[in-house]
Ligand binder design. Structure first.
Ligand code: AKG
Ligand code: FE2
Length: 291
């Protein structure tokens, strides 16, 4: 169901104030069961290592390495996984409309980016450490202040196929330097002041500024299949998204056969991504984090 202008205004306000916003009803009814089935299939493949592009327990950021247990499946729109329902949903109207509103652009300005799925580990509970996705935890307050000023031209989301209480964040921390208590807890461990679990009911999504202070905690006993991805909206010629994006390996999107498998709503968005990839060819890959 399309969002009204006043609903979108309220969503955008909450997002800018708190650094995140939780939204209902982003999965059209007819896609829910097919998405669950596709999510199980790609998760099983990843757990059997028939799909190697995975997040391994013990490693928080790319580049991903070999390991024993999987906490995420990467690039789920890849044609080799043959699950077109993921692209169908990634190109669905409500998701695109709300994402465009949150970035303050129109759908014509949007860029195709990442789409992964986050899953429960099977062997033992796992937790990431507190982080902002694009600023190192070791940054000095001065570096943090400078890096927080950088505009990211993107929107990131988690949309839960099953109830999900894995993501915890510090509301309103997306645009300010950590307090000394937060910095200490971040670097030395211990209780994080102001932490709040962003619990999702099945079908709900959280859209968040990925520089909000946040952490993931994964319980092996609770089934998690949470759609996790982003879109961009870089102005023409701006390559700043490359650092965050290309570390995840989006080469598959340059194959012309790939585009033909996608809904047409995504074609101009893929062209924009591929323009960015072409302009970065031969340049050294820089990773956002070293964990
Ligand atoms: O598991 C989550 O919801 C958060 C994952 C996360 O923080 C990350 O991938 O950087
Ligand atoms: Fe993160």
């Amino acid at each position: 169901m399309p969002f009204t202008k006043s609903q979108l205004d309220e969503i955008v306000n909450k997002y800018h104030t708190d650094g995140y916003v939780i939204i209902d009803g982003l999965i059209p009814d007819e896609l829910y069961e097919p998405l669950c089935a596709a999510a199980d299939e790609v998760t099983d493949k990843a757990r059997r290592r028939e799909w190697k592009d995975v997040r391994m327990v013990g490693k928080q950021f790319p580049p991903w390495v070999e390991g024993d247990d999987v906490w995420g499946v990467q690039n789920i729109m890849h044609p080799d996984l043959a699950q077109p329902v993921f692209a169908q949903w990634y190109g669905s109207d409500d998701l695109l409309d709300v994402s465009a509103a949150l970035m303050g652009v129109t759908r014509d300005d949007m860029q195709f980016e990442l789409f992964n799925i986050l899953v429960n580990p099977l062997e033992k509970d796992y937790a990431l450490s507190w982080h902002r996705d694009d600023i190192k935890a070791t940054a000095t307050p001065e570096e943090e202040e400078e890096e927080l000023k950088i505009k990211h031209y993107s929107i990131q989301w988690n949309v839960a196929l099953y109830d999900d209480a894995c993501l915890t964040a510090i509301p309103r921390s997306h645009n300010r330097v950590r307090t000394s208590a937060e910095r200490k807890a971040n670097l030395e461990g211990g209780e994080m002041p102001g932490a709040q679990t962003l619990a999702l009911k099945k079908g709900q999504g959280v859209f968040y500024n990925n520089n909000i202070m946040h952490v993931g905690k994964y319980n092996l006993a609770v089934k998690r299949r949470t759609l996790h991805g982003c879109y961009g909206c870089p102005p023409p010629g701006d390559t700043s998204r490359a650092r965050n994006l290309l570390q995840h390996g989006l080469g598959y999107a340059t194959d012309p056969a790939f585009k033909s498998t996608l809904p047409q709503s995504l074609w101009p968005m893929v062209d924009r991504l591929n323009g960015l990839q072409a302009s970065m060819e031969g340049k050294e890959q820089v990773y956002s984090q070293d964990l």
